[in-house]
Design a protein. Structure first.
Length: 236
């Protein structure tokens, strides 16, 4: 199967694409983009070719730009030190996974049958990555304004709920540990890849026997996202 512009379209039941289009509020001129956004690595070709990882890559950047622009306009008097934690919380994996879960994105995903049995399609990181990939597909097919409309729609309640800036994730995680007389969070760089001008850091953070990880283009950013991910799975 091929889309109107000739790109290969991974096999997808029509209802998955229809539901995803409805969720995004857009009829795709290139449905292959949407099918790719919904394709988990396990259902893609060799070495993950055709998976949603490339679209996740661009969707992450588009999402960050849209939310950063939104916060600058919404909170014109706030310095970067307060805008940063707002941004980190809004685009964190737990926040995105919650949106995806509330909109049944797991039912739209193309995941290998064996992985479905393991519940991979419902995992928070898979859902968050899929949502970013869908934003990337929407941006490539319809442009920034259409992507902006979607992001504003799904994040409006979260932005409204930020009456005051949240604490940055690392500070919040440290305070969580101190209140419970637990060891302080332990951060470790798991890997560093990519060229010097565009590195990628994978960082893990651990408290006791519970850990989480994240990747970003800067070590500090990866630490902050890892802390946010861990906060998302720890008891309140």
């Amino acid at each position: 199967m091929r889309d109107p512009l000739g790109a290969d379209v991974p096999h997808h039941p029509v209802n998955r694409l229809a539901e995803a289009s409805k969720f995004l509020g857009h009829d795709f001129a290139r449905p292959g983009l949407l099918a790719e956004a919904l394709t988990h690595r396990s259902a893609a070709g060799a070495r993950g070719i055709g998976s949603n990882e490339r679209l996740e890559f661009i969707g992450d950047r588009v999402l960050g730009l849209i939310v950063a622009e939104w916060l600058i306009e919404r909170f014109p008097q706030e310095p970067e030190g307060k805008l940063g934690p707002r941004l980190a919380a809004l685009v964190s994996k737990p926040a995105l996974a919650a949106i995806a879960e509330a909109n049944q994105v797991s039912e739209m995903l193309n995941v290998a049958p064996g992985e479905v049995k393991r519940g991979v399609h419902s995992q928070a990181n898979v859902l968050a990555d899929a949502l970013e990939a869908m934003i990337g597909a929407l941006f490539l097919d319809a442009g920034l304004e259409r992507a902006r409309l979607f992001v504003h729609r799904v994040l409006a309640s979260a932005v409204d709920a930020q009456a005051t800036p949240p604490k940055d994730p690392k500070t919040a995680l440290q305070e969580w540990a101190l209140k419970r007389a637990l060891p302080l969070p332990n951060y470790q760089v798991i890997s560093q890849s990519g060229p010097s001008h565009a590195p990628n850091f994978v960082v893990s953070v651990t408290i006791g026997e519970v850990s989480a990880s994240a990747s970003a283009g800067a070590k500090r950013a990866a630490e902050q996202e890892a802390a946010q991910n861990l906060l998302g799975i720890l008891p309140k």
